[in-house]
Design a protein around this ligand. Structure first.
Ligand code: SF4
Length: 269
C-alpha cells in the first residue's frame, strides 16, 4: 500500500473516531417498516428534507401499503399525494414504474443486490446503497450531497463524481463502517460543516481538515475579520502562520473563493 494511501487511512480512522464520539446515535432519519418503504422514502427525499418526507409517507404508506398498490395507483392522484416533496411528477412516475417492475420481475420484493436495484426506474446508486445499508444491513457507502462535500473539504478525496468518491471512501474506511460513514457525515454536515459556509469556529475536526488548513488565514497580529462566505474560525492547536504572510498575503483578493464549485454535487436518487 502506498504511503499516501496509508496516511489517508490513518486520517480517515481519526475522523471516524471523532465523529462517532460526537454523534453516537447517528442513523438514517427516514421512517420505514420494510425495504420497499425505505426505497420509496429515499426516492422522495431527493431535493427534499427527511422531515417533510416522513410527514408525507406517514399518510402515503397507509394509503398504498404494497408495491402492487403503488403500481395500480392513479398517477395524477399519486402526484398530488406526494406533491409537497417537490419534483412530484417525476417522482410519481419513478415510484409507479419502479413498483411495476418490482411486481413484474421480483415478486413484489426489493432485490438485495445493487446491480439489480439500480436497474429499477428512479433508483440510482445513492438510493440503492441507502436501502442496502440501512434496510438490508449490508456494507454500503452512500454518497449524497453532505458526504461529497465533507469528503472533499476534509481532503479524503479530490474527486467530484459521487461514484468515484464512493470507491475512494471504500478504500480508506473499514468495511464494517461503510454504512455508518454517511450517517456521521450527514449529521456533521447538517450541524456544522454546512453548505455554503462551514461553521469552522465550532468544529472539532479542524486539525484533520484540509479546507480549514487551506482557507483559514492567520496573520501576524491575529485573525483577519470575517468576510462574507468565508469560514470564521479560530486557529487549530499547533497551527502556525504561513511564512511570508505579510501585507501582500493580507491584501490578496479572495474572489477565487466566491465561485467555488465544491458544493455542486447533484442530489441524485
Ligand atoms: S473545519 Fe470547517 S470545513 Fe473542516 S470539517 Fe469542520 S466545519 Fe467543515
Amino acid at each position: 500500500m502506498s504511503a499516501s494511501r496509508l496516511s489517508l487511512r490513518n486520517k480517515a480512522s481519526k475522523i471516524l473516531a471523532n465523529l462517532k464520539q460526537q454523534y453516537p446515535h447517528a442513523k438514517c432519519s427516514l421512517h420505514f417498516k420494510n425495504p420497499f418503504q425505505l426505497l420509496i422514502a429515499t426516492i422522495l427525499s431527493a431535493q427534499c428534507t427527511d422531515q417533510r418526507v416522513n410527514r408525507v409517507t406517514e399518510t402515503l404508506f397507509r394509503k398504498y401499503s404494497t408495491p402492487q398498490a403503488f403500481a395500480g395507483a392513479d398517477l395524477k392522484q399519486l402526484e398530488q399525494d406526494i406533491r409537497s416533496t417537490g419534483f412530484y411528477k417525476n417522482k410519481a412516475r419513478s415510484i409507479q414504474s419502479c413498483s411495476r417492475e418490482l411486481v413484474d420481475s421480483h415478486a413484489g420484493k426489493v432485490p438485495p443486490v445493487l446491480e439489480e436495484m439500480i436497474k429499477l426506474r428512479g433508483v440510482g446508486r445513492k438510493t440503492a446503497n441507502v436501502v442496502l445499508g440501512v434496510a438490508f444491513g449490508k456494507d454500503a457507502v452512500v454518497v449524497d450531497t453532505h458526504v461529497g462535500r465533507l469528503s472533499s473539504r476534509l481532503g479524503l478525496t479530490s474527486e467530484k463524481d459521487p461514484v468515484k468518491i464512493e470507491f475512494e471512501l471504500m478504500e480508506i474506511f473499514p468495511k464494517k463502517d461503510w454504512t455508518r460513514i454517511a450517517h456521521l457525515f450527514i449529521d456533521h454536515g447538517r450541524a456544522v460543516c454546512k453548505a455554503p459556509t462551514p461553521k469552522c469556529e465550532i468544529c472539532k475536526l479542524t486539525t484533520l481538515c484540509d479546507y480549514y488548513r487551506t482557507h483559514m488565514r492567520v496573520h501576524r497580529g491575529g485573525i483577519p475579520p470575517p468576510r462574507r462566505g468565508y469560514p470564521v474560525a479560530v486557529p487549530a492547536r499547533g497551527f502556525m502562520p504561513r511564512a511570508g504572510g505579510g501585507e501582500a498575503e493580507r491584501s490578496r483578493p479572495l474572489t477565487h473563493l466566491k465561485n467555488r464549485k465544491e458544493d455542486s454535487f447533484e442530489a441524485r436518487c
